[in-house]
Ligand binder design. Structure first.
Ligand code: PMP
Ligand code: GLN
Length: 393
């Protein structure tokens, strides 16, 4: 990546996200965009109506910094209903500008300059940019195919005297991995043994197709050392509203709120009312959402396999990671850069989310938060792809 003359050294290399880069390439070639993860379809009308009603009711001025009461109450009820977690809405729940702001505020609030933050790689890109902003140091632990598990010894070896946080993401973007109970128990034991805080990004909590979503905050010893982050973007298909939330014990919440107030101060008021309505939707909404996305997953995975890609079926999220080597390619970045011009499809090269570029090189992420027609069109176009330099075996 080229050097940006005005950009601080801390942020060199973080100038344009891979999502923006690939969406721009998709637009340039009029490609079917299975890169950046945003849904084709909006969420429920009743949630839109709730935002419109809030605007008409005069809910248009600054919200309290930690969020409007109905949203915080709805988050409390959601955590109780799905996970049996009890939270105090005043001291333990904070509204944020999407999960992105919550993640940034947590990392800025909790890390001294020079502290180390363990992240699993492939990592979601904003974690490493936030770690750089904080002047902290990232220490990746690699998830490996086919099940994207990690080596427990590698996690233990990653902990040092300066380790402050472990950033967890389950269900995991980009691999679709859902961390198992035994993995989470191991991770929790490491956090407890070394007195670490876990920042957990659970934005895909309602997109689990195989296994179950276990919030790490529910494991022994974790209630008071976990910052749990989620967002309405994924669960309710309103990514453009940027309403998220953060749950943590009072002292942790106070620290993260201190940083958050200097980022956005407070967040979109009518949107928060709308998401309070969304969180209270019936079980049929959540079950329907999951089964709809399971169907889309199966459609995309079958299509990608038909064109010859090796796909590690995602247990969660709305992304499928494929290995490009069976098509004769060996470099996912090169593959994704050619794809829009050559066949009119855009995808994301997973190598953008790795420090260990050899580990990430062959993988490419396709999003299935798209209509059947879009998925089918992408697969039909991919079928026209010429074999890579290594040929098709
Ligand atoms: N974390 C992960 C793993 C994501 O995929 C995304 C993308 N939506 C975010 C955080 C950011 O969420 P939001 O749009 O709510 O800021
Ligand atoms: N979370 C979305 C994804 O993984 C993208 C969000 C963004 O563009 N920053 O595709």
């Amino acid at each position: 990546m080229s050097r940006q003359p005005y950009l601080t050294s801390r942020l060199q290399g973080y100038d344009t996200t891979i999502f923006s880069t690939m969406s721009a390439l998709a637009a340039e070639h009029d490609a079917v965009n299975l890169g950046q993860g945003y849904p084709d379809d909006d969420g429920p009308d009743e949630v839109k109506d709730a935002v419109i009603a809030a605007i008409r009711d005069g809910r248009n001025q600054y919200a309290p910094g930690h969020g409007v009461g109905p949203l915080r109450a709805a988050v409390v009820e959601h955590q109780r209903r799905f996970y049996g977690i009890e939270l105090d809405p005043d001291t333990e729940v904070t509204a944020t500008a999407g999960a992105t702001e919550a993640l940034c505020a947590a990392i800025l609030a909790l890390c001294e300059v020079g502290d180390e933050v363990i992240t699993f790689e492939p990592y979601y890109d904003s974690y490493v940019a936030n770690i750089a902003m904080a002047g902290a140091v990232r220490v990746p632990v690699t998830l490996r195919a086919p099940d994207w598990s990690y080596d427990p010894e590698a996690l233990e070896a990653a902990v040092g005297p300066r380790t402050r946080l472990i950033v967890l993401n389950s269900p995991h973007n980009p691999t679709g991995k859902v961390f198992t109970r035994s993995e989470l128990e191991h991770l929790a034991s490491v956090a407890v043994a070394h007195d670490l805080v876990v920042v957990t990004d659970e934005v895909y909590e309602h997109l689990v197709f195989d296994g179950e979503h276990i919030p790490i905050a529910t494991l022994p010893g974790m209630r008071d050392r976990t910052v749990t982050i989620s967002s309405a973007g994924k669960t309710f298909s309103f990514t453009g509203w940027k309403i998220g939330w953060m749950c943590a014990a009072p002292e942790l919440s106070a620290a993260v709120r201190a940083a958050k107030q200097w980022l956005s101060f407070s967040n979109n008021t009518p949107g928060q009312f709308g998401i309070a309505t969304a969180l209270a939707l019936g079980d049929d909404y959540y079950a329907g959402f999951r089964s709809d996305y399971r169907r889309r997953r199966d459609r995309l995975v079958a299509g990608l396999r038909e064109v010859g890609l090796e796909v590690h079926e995602p247990a969660g999220t709305y992304f499928a990671t494929a290995d490009v080597r069976p098509l004769g390619y060996d470099d996912g970045m090169d593959f994704c850069q050619r794809l829009p011009a050559e066949v009119g499809v855009a995808a994301i090269p997973n190598v953008a989310f790795y420090d260990d570029v050899d580990a990430g090189r062959p993988y490419v992420r396709f999003a299935f938060c798209k209509s059947d027609a879009t998925i089918d069109e992408a697969v039909a176009r991919l079928a026209k792809l010429a074999p890579g330099p290594g040929g098709r075996p």
